[in-house]
Design a protein around this ligand. Sequence first.
Ligand code: HAM
Length: 407
Amino acid sequence: MSNKNIQSLRGMKDLVDEQSQLFTYFIDNATQIAKNYGFSYIETPILEETALFKRSVGESSDIVNKEMYQFIDKGENDVCLRPEGTAGVVRSFIQDKRDRAGGVTRWYYYGPMFRYERPQKGRLREFHQFGAEVFGVSSVYEDANVIMMLKDILEFFGIKFNLLLNSLGCKECMPTYKTNLVQHLSSFRSELCEDCDRRIETNPIRVLDCKNEKCQSLLINAPKITNNLCERCDTDFEKLKEILDFNGVNYEVDSNLVRGLDYYSQTAFEFISDEIGAQSAIAGGGRYDRLVEFLGGRETPGIGFAIGIERLLELVQVKEQNKEVVYVGALCEEALNTAVKVANEKRKTTKTFIEYTPRGFGKHFKLAEKQNTTVVALIGEDELKNGTIYVKNLLDKEERTIKLEDF
Ligand code: HAM
């Protein structure tokens, strides 16, 4: 066996130091926003049956076609590391018979997702998503609600974005649109890229978001989905735009936005940033009113989104929260027990470090600075005798000796 150092796999990264701090800072605050919107936490397994993704994300998608971490396990089951979170959440929803119970379910989740893509900036093979899904609400107000929650999360972290919006139609109008589109493209079929040539057969609307310049040029005069919606979809889309306008949410209608997963109908949206390079989508989502039924459940409307955490963190700066960080130290051996007790008490409300080795003043201050401390609290012989503690605020430089119980 080789004794060469083993490295992490291509496109997979350790999360440590500043990045892990940012990650937990993001999760803590995004979670709080989701909870304020009435969402509760769900965690589903990372490994699922391959068929789940084939049937939901879709056989025509790049994810299922090219990017699945799929293998046969020791029990001969065809399994797959999840490439996204929605499918597992829907599976769980049906498995627990919530589709039969009726009512509204609002869930959020976060965790690793796996896609065997070509790694580049903003594109990993293991990445993390923070997502949310709502079941049981067909009102377009929920579409706006979900979009506003996502907007609130991005705005909390100070992220500048553009919101792209589209309607993909429903089972009534989407098939007619697809026929019109195929008719338009059929005269240029030989000029389409290899992928789009296949898409014409599997899912022609995916041609709309092909990145190939030639394919894009062939679409200039193609029929637009937003001009081919049935009355209900058209009314819903107009209403959604009206609600967003009323709430001051800026968006741009992009009738070529189809998203890379097959389960969407009606509303589709993406939040993009021009500050993170070619992989500009920070988050995306949409409505999937037929997915529950498609996976064997009772027809239930659904809508959700997922944020790509690594992409988002490229843009995040931890907000200065003026948080107190306390450093407690003993100036002599005898004061150490009291110092430990004080630190334990302080820790209930404030981030607190304790130094176990009794040291002189200067040494304690040097160590405190290394921890980004804002308050240094020291106990020596005099303090022990008088039941006091020496406290210095490093921000305003104020120093005092106060009663222990007042600290
Ligand atoms: P998605 O657009 O495939 O949607 O992924 C959501 C986000 O995950 C993307 O906008 C991007 O930020 C991030 N992402 C995707 N692939 C990678 C990658 N290889 N490396 C880094 N980040 C990546 C979904 O997954 C749907 N499940 C969203 C949804 C939920 N729709 C309805 N409910």
